[in-house]
Design a protein around this ligand. Sequence first.
Ligand SMILES: *Cc1c(COP(=O)(O)O)cnc(C)c1O
Length: 409
Amino acid sequence: MQERGYYDRFGGAYLPEILVATFDELEAAFIEARRDPAFWKTYADLMSSYSGRPTPLTFAENLTRQFGGARIYIKREDLNHTGAHKANNVMGQGLLVKAMGKRRVIAETGAGQHGVATATMAAKFGFDCTIYMGEVDVLRQRPNVFWMERLGATVVPVKDGSRTLKDAINEAFRDWVTNMDSTHYVLGTACGPHPFPTLVTYFQSIIGQEARKQVLEATGQLPKRVYACVGGGSNAMGLFSGFLDDREVELIGVEAGGDGLGTSRHAARLAGDDASVGVAQGYKTYFLQDADGQMRETHSVAAGLDYVGVSPILAHHKESGRVRFEAATDAQVVDALALSMRQEGLIPALESCHAFAQAFAEAGQLTPEDVILINQSGRGDKDIFTVADAFGDPAWEQFIKDKARQYGA
Ligand SMILES: *Cc1c(COP(=O)(O)O)cnc(C)c1O
């Protein structure tokens, strides 16, 4: 076991000896890339031609009028190819894989969004691609599995344990240990052993770099408050990194409050006091765990926020006080979605709606002199089943019944 890459008392790389050389190789490739000014340009050009960057900044005029407080601006990461900020990370890692001369990528995915993004990157770069997914998730997320396979990836259903995300993570590590020479493990968020939290944040920082410039251009001032949802923490770290040095800008990370922080059904690791510091999956952070260190079941209406750990960099920013953490409940999130659709014609992902809900709750505390910025981390098209269910749409239920009959279910 080795320890390195700490953010204050969080992070590190708790690795089996056999993986140490592979992490050294990855860190060396990352350090080399970061030192080379041509690398960022290659990355930004790729994101521009392939993923529509820079993504726009939208003034939410109607919502601003409704709350009568701060002027609300929205950073549109939903307009990336594959529909979320995840593209920034996977395409960046694709360039590193090329630099390391590897030919194969693996990833694990729960809801399937990171799997689709990785399979897309692999197709674009010509890499072989294997995606590990718990068997339960494979059944729950058929549309994403379908797209991954069409994109040329092999999707492996993991039948161990609870047959969900954490079992898929174990299986992906097992693959990596066997195939380190040819294979890179594309981690999906700013978690995991060093250097992943730094590396993923580096690629996602393109969000904050653009957003800071765009807000200044649009309003001539910095935002008073900046909101992002927090699953593993990559879109939040990406946006926040544009403003970390602006001490007057308040940064707010919004976690999944699920049924409420007073219940056991949520995924708030930093907003409440349910989580405790521990080491799991190769790094040290706040985990939702019981007294014996067993990981707890988490819950959120947004699958992308439904995770027991959180970025060690955000854990550090919580303790330093630089970032404030809040939680939005499932009910608040569905309300925020309804409002965003009706008022602005935007369909933010349920994950992103956590940031929207918190910003909506606070906008009226500020004045029209103030500007606030919300990250729309992804688009909500993927949530159609969940949202139709939440809104209780009878025509939709009939549609599903008819389809089931058509396919003999
Ligand atoms: C995956 C996902 C998230 C959560 O991941 P972070 O690493 O916390 O950013 C948030 N929003 C969307 C749209 C996602 O797809």
